[in-house]
Write a protein that binds this ligand. Structure first.
Ligand code: ADP
Length: 320
């Protein structure tokens, strides 16, 4: 899996990076067909399975009025350590504090004897990763549309002192109208004091900023999301992530050396290449701000479509 998170083991040196964790867990029992909180105030019927991530399974549910939602289920048996609990509480605290049209809406959080549940806005069109697999790559007008929505959500998070730290195509969900919804706040961090730096090594290998891996003394901050936005833009227009290679160790070496190329067998505008190069600047303080990114020629040289038609799931729409 190209988008498996990197484990939180610090790489001692670029030559010994963390290796992806082995998936040895057994499948827990399904949550009940009717999910209720302890007071009985909230009730949802489980109608389908949507997917699973590192520690949660996500189901489609219907509330009492028949409205469809996603329900993220974490088994209490996976929350035995204090660290696991702290992590889940941080995810809930951060996600429920955010309200933005391009962030997966958080509605409720409750528990029963076996599980902790989070009900979320349902994203019926999968993730941008699923769509990229079908489409191979996106046109530049489509990429502008997705990027404007992503950057809007990211600007909102940053002004609310939240760093997402795991922005990647698999965490960019799409609603029924093809709007981007940033999800999975499992690695997000809240900056509580101005100038505070984070030290935990986390993210997903292809999308990790160099300072997370190689400047552990100094730590990292909001600019790690900007870096991931650069990796996302490259991946949308090229069809694969810039530092992608066969093993994680080699990916980290390429990130350290800022080693990536643009394909030469097709047209990729010089504007988008220039913007990607600016964003993928090794020194975080030299990266453009989110405002500077949306002011770049790439966003003004051609159309930003007002919406993406559903036909885009299977083929390039014609924007003129
Ligand atoms: P984890 O935090 O364990 O990585 P995720 O939040 O990434 O879990 O969710 C796992 C999977 O569940 C996703 O890859 C996606 O397929 C599905 N999913 C998650 N949230 C939603 C949602 N709001 N709407 C639809 N599907 C979702």
């Amino acid at each position: 899996n190209q988008e498996t998170p990197a484990p939180k083991v610090p790489p001692k040196a670029p030559s010994s990076p963390p290796l992806p964790r082995q998936n040895s867990k057994t499948t827990p029992p399904s949550p009940p067909k009717v999910i209720t909180d302890k007071s009985g105030r909230l009730q949802f019927s489980r109608v389908g399975f949507l997917g699973e991530g590192g520690f949660a399974r996500v189901y489609e549910v219907k509330d009492g009025r028949g409205a469809r939602l996603a329900c993220k289920v974490v088994t209490k048996s996976s929350l035995k350590t204090k660290k696991a609990k702290t992590k889940l509480y941080a995810e809930i605290k951060i996600h429920r504090s955010l309200e933005h049209p391009n962030i997966v809406g958080f509605t409720d959080c409750f528990e029963d004897n076996d599980n902790v549940y989070m009900t979320l806005e349902l994203c019926t069109s999968g993730s941008l990763m699923d769509m990229l697999r079908r489409r191979r790559r996106f046109s530049e007008p489509e990429s502008r549309f997705f990027m404007v929505q992503l950057i809007g959500a990211c600007h909102y998070m940053h002004t609310h002192q939240v760093i997402h730290r795991d922005l990647k195509l698999g965490n960019l969900f799409l609603d029924a109208s093809m709007n981007v919804k940033v999800g999975d706040f499992g690695l997000a961090a809240l900056i509580e004091n101005p100038g505070e730096r984070k030290k935990t090594i986390c993210g997903t290998p292809n999308y990790i900023a160099p300072e997370v891996l190689f400047d552990t003394a100094n730590g990292h901050s909001f600019e790690v999301d900007t870096w991931s936005i650069g990796v996302i833009l490259y991946t949308l227009v090229v069809g694969r992530p810039p530092f992608q290679t066969k093993d994680v160790k080699a990916i980290y070496k390429r990130i350290r050396d800022n080693e990536y190329e643009f394909p030469t067998d097709r047209v990729i505008s010089t504007a988008v290449q220039h913007l990607i190069q600016q964003i993928l600047t090794p020194n975080p303080s030299e990266r453009p701000t989110l405002h500077e990114i949306v002011d770049h020629t790439f966003f003004t040289m051609g159309p930003v479509p007002p919406f993406i038609p559903l036909s885009a799931h299977d083929g390039t729409p014609d924007f003129r």
